[in-house]
Design a protein around this ligand. Structure first.
Ligand code: PMP
Length: 282
């Protein structure tokens, strides 16, 4: 029986209930985080909670608890549910109120978290995944990690229907990001990823990967690239908290590079795994 945490209490998942009047249900009025669990320990949870604090601030919502408390809850969920490799999901919504669009006057956020196992070090997708190009139909504040995600649901469903692992979202020919990941290309030894703006989420894994690349003097430029440039790239890869670094070896019908994980991608994935092992060894 799995245990989750909701509004201050650990309960069996089957007993966790959210009101039909919760604004998360009615409006998608909430924000969330997903952090990896590696070797039984949370990875970069401090960075995820800092981003949660920012997301909450951007939508004018008070923090439901201190970050120390949330950190303890998240680690405890990983431990009690016996997660060696996996993730902890944390969501905060504006809470339960009569259905009316503006903020309710008395705000008591709803908050819950749960844990799930997922293969991270031995991910079969590390052999390479395919992506499907779709239009980016999202709103103008993609920097907020909002639970309103209909556009990503449609993008990732289209990707799955096309027999691929992830969507490559584009706007005016420029790649924005994956349905739930940051996208990167490598051309002539230089790694490119889109600069931060309200067009993309500031990926935690993106930040870490940039720092790792700088550490080993890997040439890296934060610049937007087109779908055509991705298709013609030597390597393409994605990053996310629960995928780490995954090679993209096909974009729709076009094989990327020679169709196998490239050297830069493999080096970054190894560096990411090494760092994760180091940080979670107690
Ligand atoms: N972009 C989007 C749209 C995402 O949903 C995610 C996953 N949360 C990412 C990028 C990657 O972010 P992170 O590295 O923090 O998981």
């Amino acid at each position: 029986m799995r245990t989750c945490w909701i509004n201050g209490q650990f309960v069996p998942e089957s007993e966790a209930k959210l009101s039909i009047f919760d604004r998360g249900v009615l409006f998608g009025d909430g924000v969330y985080e997903v952090a990896a669990v590696f070797q039984g320990r949370l990875l970069d949870a401090d960075l995820h909670l800092a981003r949660l604090t920012r997301s909450l601030g951007e939508i004018g919502m008070p923090a439901p608890a201190s970050n120390d408390t949330l950190l303890e809850v998240m680690q405890s969920l990983a431990t009690t549910n016996g997660i060696d490799e996996g993730l902890v999901y944390l969501q905060v919504t504006r809470g339960e109120a009569e259905r009316d669009f503006p903020f309710p006057t008395t705000v008591k956020p709803s908050v819950f978290a749960y844990a799930r196992p997922k293969k991270l070090s031995d991910d079969p997708n590390a052999a390479g995944v395919a992506v499907h190009v779709v239009p980016d139909l999202r709103w103008a504040r993609c920097d907020i990690k909002s639970t309103s995600m209909l556009a990503q649901v449609l993008a990732k469903q289209a990707a799955r229907a096309a027999g691929t692992f992830e969507a490559m979202m584009q706007e005016d020919g420029l790649v924005t990001e994956g349905g739930s990941s940051t996208l990167w290309i490598v051309k002539d030894g230089v790694t490119y990823t889109r600069p931060l703006s309200s067009d993309i989420l500031a990926g935690i894994t993106r930040d870490v990967a940039i720092a790792l690349a700088i550490d080993v003097s890997m040439p890296l430029v934060q610049r937007a690239f087109t779908v055509d440039q991705a298709v013609a790239a030597d390597e393409c890869f994605l990053t996310s908290a629960t995928s780490f670094v995954l090679p993209i070896t096909r974009i729709d019908d076009t094989v990327v590079g020679n169709g196998t994980p490239g050297p830069v991608t493999q080096r970054l994935r190894e560096a990411y795994l090494d760092r994760a092992r180091r940080l979670t060894t107690v």
